[in-house]
Design a protein around this ligand. Structure first.
Ligand SMILES: [Zn+2]
Length: 778
């Protein structure tokens, strides 16, 4: 039998199974690889259009190693799949990166490069076909997309024909599933209309409002049309044919089932086990179609029989909060505070207790605050009393910004402060002087191994503020994951691989300097290298480093530790901070005598660091000889990848960014020679690296979703400015040049400033200009 025949038989068999199945997604997951084989393709993605026709959501994707669904805007401006869905036409593209080829389509096709960019995969050939709603329909319900042929040649004509066969089968299969749904119900909320809870016009209005506001329909139904949760739940239950599982405030946390699941995973997956009964493990989900029959649940719980229940988005969010909101989930902060207020009113009715002995509620509250700070990835906890009877504010710093957390009754303030001081071994009777100490939290809550740096400061009204830094025992991050631009990464690697010299990382407190130094240490750490570190505090540990905790009270200062290191046969010395002349001088000397010295310095920019050290009295010639380079860095807010909103950048937007970008380049040789041409060259570079086809740039705005607590931001991105000590820079050092002159020389030698690095990251879509400006004040 010829190959061609075998293949068509295979395809027929696949098509037959799809058409006969009531669960097309499950069949696709099982046969994904076989389908790729028939089409001699590397990857296959099947998208379905969502209910309000705004998004294409991937149902199966072979080769992409991620549980997350791909979601593409339903717009030809963003993707090949979007084009196919909108126009109902098959496309067979030879090279997705060829703008010329994409422009031969009418309207032109755009290729969504972000997935390639984030995975490192290179798309070339694309065969994408619409799944049409019926034999005569032009309306697509989804798209089948094959990426890259195994041969490297374009997809042949017969592949187009086969794609038609596959799509027809898929259409039949998916229609089958629609038919299995109750008559008349097209969206999952239609039962609200069928049951007379709202009118058809109201449902349509809700869908329109939701689309306009960019929120989900459920929220509009609840907030604007006052549909109750039980009514929503009943409608969902009827639509999906599954029991409704509401949020239950008294539900016990199924600790054993949740052990394998992280909050972020649960939130992104929209399913979660909530308990077990004789039916098996009960899984609550807002989207049963996505998970019923999916192998994800079975992969994680291989031996469980699963019983699915549908719930509303709010039920789900509340249950996530209940299970993951805090470790000791039994009591909420509100409950503890209410209890404290109860105790207070009791106290008021009798004799007011003036002592500040913390009671059990205070102990619980303090533990709770720290646990929640840790869960929310807060870096600092601020306890701020207000004068008189004003409540005490507790705020968390998360991703660099302070956010309100809770308020504590004024009368409990002293108890909370006393408890913290006891935990930190501070003098609880002394309220007039600032004190500092640390809390080893594990001693109080064994499940959480963190340390808190505590500072108390007396404030007006005879009260005390407490500020705590949360130190999580960390592991070094690989250099490749620091978010350095490809150029910076390459330059940094070669710089720190030199046998001796001085490398500095600078930036304000909390800019991730220590993380970077540890990544560099991780990169140069080999069995034949001896590495000594002096740190305050030791935040990241690694067993092959010899790490020393600085302790000024025992007179173990940075300078003293460094002198000791030099007698202890080092190859590499890392100094937490070069803040005085002595430490710096020892560092320079050590690097001139054959050692690699790494340190952080508390300055704003790379050029400024040079001038600062010179002003401190360093010998310009020694310093110039010793220096390998300096990297300045900042952490800027990352747009939440789950909800950031794309838009095509307006010309003015790009022009503004270009102006801002080129500000520091005014004195470079190309700009002095021909400013216009130099600007053009940068623009051309951007086009090549960041633009979508046809020169459009896609920028993003923050939106806000559950994953980012409505802020629109999640986590941070590092911005870098890497100055290499080239001959020109060394000369500037020897001449004791001023900051502007060093900057000019550095930029001329190819350094990109923090702001320039930030602007490029805006063009990449990881952040917006606002968060770049927030950390680059210059
Ligand atoms: Zn978000």
């Amino acid at each position: 039998m010829s190959t061609e025949n075998t293949i068509s038989i295979n395809l027929d068999a696949i098509a037959a199974r799809i058409q006969a199945s009531r669960d097309v997604d499950a069949v696709l997951r099982e046969l994904g690889q076989d389908i790729c084989a028939v089409f001699e393709a590397d990857r296959l993605t099947v998208y379905l259009i969502n209910e309000d026709r705004t998004l294409l959501v991937s149902k199966i994707k072979t080769g992409l190693d991620s549980f997350d669904d791909l979601k593409l805007p339903m717009s030809a401006e963003f993707s090949i799949a979007g084009y196919v869905a909108l126009n109902g036409r098959l496309v067979n593209i030879q090279d997705a990166y060829s703008v010329e080829e994409l422009n031969t389509f009418d309207p032109p096709v755009y290729f969504y490069r972000a997935v390639d960019r984030s995975t490192g995969y290179k798309t070339k050939q694309v065969l994408a076909a619409p799944i049409l709603d019926g034999p005569d329909s032009k309306e697509a319900i989804g798209v089948v997309e094959f990426i890259n042929t195994l041969s490297g040649n374009p997809f042949p004509k017969h592949a187009e024909r086969r794609a038609g066969v596959l799509c027809k089968a898929l259409a039949t299969g998916y229609r089958q599933r629609e038919k299995a749904k109750p008559a008349g119900a097209k969206t999952k909320y239609d039962h609200l209309v069928i049951d007379g809870v709202i009118t058809p016009a109201e449902l349509e209005l809700a869908i329109r409002l939701a689309r306009g506001k960019g929120v989900n329909i459920e929220q509009v139904l609840r907030d604007e049309l006052k549909v109750s949760d039980p009514a929503l739940g009943l409608a969902l239950s009827k639509y999906f044919g599954l029991p409704y599982e509401p949020f239950r405030p008294d539900r016990a946390r199924p600790a054993a089932l949740l052990r394998k699941l992280k909050r972020t995973f649960v939130v992104s997956q929209a399913w979660m086990p909530v308990g077990e009964d004789d039916q098996g493990m009960i899984v609550m989900t807002t989207d049963p179609e996505r998970f019923a029959g999916s192998r994800i649940v079975n992969q994680i719980f291989p031996n469980k029989k699963v019983s699915y229940r549908v719930c509303t988005g709010r039920d789900f969010a509340a249950t996530v909060e209940q299970f993951f909101g805090s470790e000791s989930a039994s009591v909420s902060v509100d409950t503890i505070i209410r209890r404290m207020e109860g105790e207070i009113s009791e106290a008021r009715s009798g004799v007011v207790d003036d002592r500040v002995e913390p009671d059990s509620a205070t102990v619980q509250l303090v533990n709770k605050i720290v646990l929640e700070a840790h869960n929310l990835r807060a870096s600092d906890i601020h306890v701020e009393p207000r004068p008189g009877n004003g409540k005490t504010k507790v705020r968390f710093r998360i991703d660099g910004s302070l956010t309100d957390y809770i308020e504590i009754p004024a009368i409990s303030h002293a108890k909370v402060v006393a408890r913290l001081k006891i935990m930190a071994d501070l003098d609880i009777s002394n309220k007039r002087e600032p004190q500092d100490g640390k809390i080893t939290f594990k001693q109080f809550v064994p499940s959480l191994d963190i340390e808190l740096r505590v500072a108390t400061i007396p404030t007006v009204g005879g009260k005390e503020d407490v500020v705590m830094r949360v130190l999580t025992a960390g592991r070094p991050v690989p250099l490749e994951q620091l978010g350095l631009s490809p150029r910076n990464l390459q330059v940094l690697k070669s710089m720190v691989s030199k046998p001796y010299g001085l490398f500095l990382v600078c930036g304000p407190t909390g800019s991730g300097k220590t993380t970077t130094l540890h990544s560099v240490l991780g990169y140069i750490n080999t069995p034949e290298t001896k590495i000594w570190t002096a740190e305050d505090p030791v935040e990241i540990t690694h067993e092959s480093l010899r790490q020393v905790q600085i302790n000024p009270r025992a007179d173990l200062t940075f300078a003293r530790a460094m002198r000791a290191f030099l007698r202890a046969d080092p190859d590499v010395i890392m100094v937490g901070e070069m803040r005085d002349k002595e430490t710096t001088a020892i560092g320079i000397e050590a690097s001139l005598t054959g050692h690699r010295v790494l340190a952080t310095i508390h300055t704003n920019s790379a050029p400024e660091s040079i001038v600062r050290l010179l002003d401190m009295g360093m010998d310009p010639f020694n310093f110039a000889d010793a220096l390998l380079g300096i990297m300045a860095q900042r952490l800027a807010k990352r747009l939440c990848p789950k909800c950031k909103k794309p838009h095509v950048a307006a010309k003015d937007e790009i022009r503004l960014m270009l102006t801002e970008y080129s500000q520091d380049l005014k004195d470079t040789d190309p700009f002095k020679a021909d400013p216009k041409a130099a600007l053009q060259a940068i623009y051309a570079e951007w086009m090549k690296s960041y633009a979508y086809d046809k020169g459009r740039f896609i920028l993003y705005d923050p939106a806000g979703c559950e994953a980012c607590r409505g802020t629109g931001y999640s986590g941070r991105v590092a911005l870098h400015e890497l100055l290499v000590a080239t001959d020109a820079i060394k000369q500037a050092i020897q001449e004791h040049a001023r900051v502007a002159a060093v900057l000019r020389a550095a930029v001329n030698e190819g350094m990109r400033t923090l702001k320039q690095d930030g602007i490029e990251k805006v063009l990449q879509g990881t952040m917006n200009l606002h968060s770049v400006r927030a950390v680059c004040i210059t």
